[in-house]
Design a binder for this molecule. Structure first.
Ligand code: C5P
Length: 447
């Protein structure tokens, strides 16, 4: 569950300062819309809510009025003189329907306008995100599938549903995606107009300065998470990497227009919408996957914490305590980043490494940058408990091959990801020698 306490608004979040209209329809999961509203606000967006009659049976308008500080509209016939039934939709930068019932999807597909939400949806020209939630039979019904396909064709972004527990003890596809996933889909829709539309579609009207598409058409390969090296069928050597930094990079690069491939070690995190994800377990699998996708990458960002060693011969059955303390012989794993650095000709692809250090952080990072042949190295001190592994924040120094350094003070991982991508963009723009940053992190003209 997201931390819903006061949180700093990341300055670069595409949601900052945008208006998001949340349509809440009649499903048991409607209560999760309150969390989505909160997350939108934390991201700096203004959220307005339209509650359908069905939605209001599950969660009260007072909840949303308390959260947003504004009236929640429910009926077309309210406030006729003050605000027309299409005004909210016209003003919105993105509309998300969360949850979207089968009935709402059908109405929208058919162009019906019999309540405030459906009239608003017909009048809105901004990107639309729909998060279906219903029983499996309803979701799988050809009528629903047809409606969803039609809406997708028209450019709506359909997020979910998940496969999981439903109402009344049922389980299966039809579960509403979690609020964090919907938030990410809203962000993606806002940035790209619609995540389903091709990249050359012009920016939506009113997209504003928050939209930065400086990685448009760039193919970015990102590794994330830790690897697991089997000792026996139930045990492994692993590390504390959660994958959050790599996933934040994937979402940020996607939002900036990149085609993103994510190679992830075991992780609970949800794949950012529009990102192509491949799951791996061991360092050797990650090595193979990276090499497979290397030719199609302009930028490789190795945020994964790859195990340096693996057991030479994992036991085929579980090691037993009564067999005594085992001696596990280890052998080095391939250093994927160093291999890429040594093998590339010229400066293609651009290589970005990460280094988690506990002592002599920067000196160690500088040596590693040289040793691995990377262009940029993101170094973080993982000795504190507010940066690095298993937390949402990070504090890093970005070193580059030309001797520059940029310090990124403690910030959420999304903001850190944006700063890393800023350096990627600057490095690519400056050509093989790269831009030069002075000690304060100010970029100067390329040499
Ligand atoms: O040597 P160290 O593990 O600190 O280096 C970290 C960087 O090297 C990261 O970018 C990591 O993804 C990469 N790495 C790798 N293959 C390894 C070990 C680390 O690509 N076997």
């Amino acid at each position: 569950m997201a931390d819903l306490g006061a949180a700093p608004v990341p300055a670069d979040d595409p949601l900052a300062g945008r208006r998001v209209l949340v349509g809440v329809t009649g499903g048991i999961a409607a209560y999760k819309a309150a969390i989505l509203v909160r997350l939108l606000q934390h991201a700096g967006a203004q959220a307005d809510v339209i509650l359908t009659r069905g939605g209001a049976r599950f969660v009260g308008a007072a909840t949303f009025e308390g959260l947003t500080g504004r009236a929640v509209r429910q009926e077309v016939w309210e406030d006729i003189a003050g605000e027309s039934h299409v005004a909210l939709g016209r003003r919105a930068d993105t509309v998300v329907v969360y949850p979207a019932t089968a009935h709402t999807l059908a109405k929208l597909a058919g162009g019906l306008a019999d309540d405030l939400l459906s009239t608003t949806l017909l009048a809105a020209t901004c990107p639309l995100v729909l998060a279906p939630a219903m029983h499996t039979e309803m979701w799988e019904h050809p009528a629903t599938q047809h409606n969803v396909a039609l809406l997708r064709e028209r450019g709506a972004s359909i997020v979910g549903p998940d496969d999981g527990p439903l109402m009344a003890g049922d389980a299966g596809p039809g579960r509403l995606v979690e609020p964090e996933v919907a938030l990410d889909a809203v962000r993606a829709a806002l940035v790209s107009g619609s995540p389903r539309l091709p990249d050359d579609v012009p920016a939506p009207v009113g997209a504003g300065p928050a939209r930065r598409r400086d990685l448009l058409g760039t193919r970015v390969l990102i590794t994330a998470g830790g690897t697991r090296e089997p000792i026996d069928p139930v045990r492994y050597l692993g590390n504390r990497s959660s994958g959050r930094m790599g996933f934040a990079l994937a979402a940020a690069a996607r939002d900036r227009g990149a085609e993103v491939t994510l190679i992830a070690g075991p992780s609970e995190l949800t794949t950012p919408d529009g990102v192509l994800r491949y799951d791996v377990t061991t360092a050797l699998e990650m090595h193979t996957a990276v090499l497979e996708h290397l030719a199609a990458a302009d930028v490789v960002i190795k945020a994964a914490a790859v195990a340096d060693f693996r057991p030479v011969a994992p036991a085929s059955s579980k090691l037993k305590k009564d067999q005594g303390v085992p001696t596990i012989e280890l052998t080095p794993n391939p250093d994927i980043l160093a291999e890429l650095g040594a093998a590339r000709s010229g400066s293609d692809p651009l290589l970005v490494g990460f280094a988690a250090e506990t002592d002599e952080v920067e000196a160690g990072g500088r040596a590693k940058l040289q040793r691995k042949g990377a262009d940029l190295l993101v170094v973080n001190d993982v000795s504190g408990d507010d940066a690095g592994f298993e937390v949402d924040t990070n504090r890093v120094v970005i070193l580059d091959r030309a001797g520059g350094r940029v310090e990124v003070p403690l910030a959420d991982k999304r903001t850190v990801a944006e700063r890393v991508l800023d350096r990627v963009v600057a490095w690519r723009a400056a050509g093989p020698t790269g831009p030069v940053a002075d000690a304060a992190g100010t970029l100067t003209e390329p040499r």
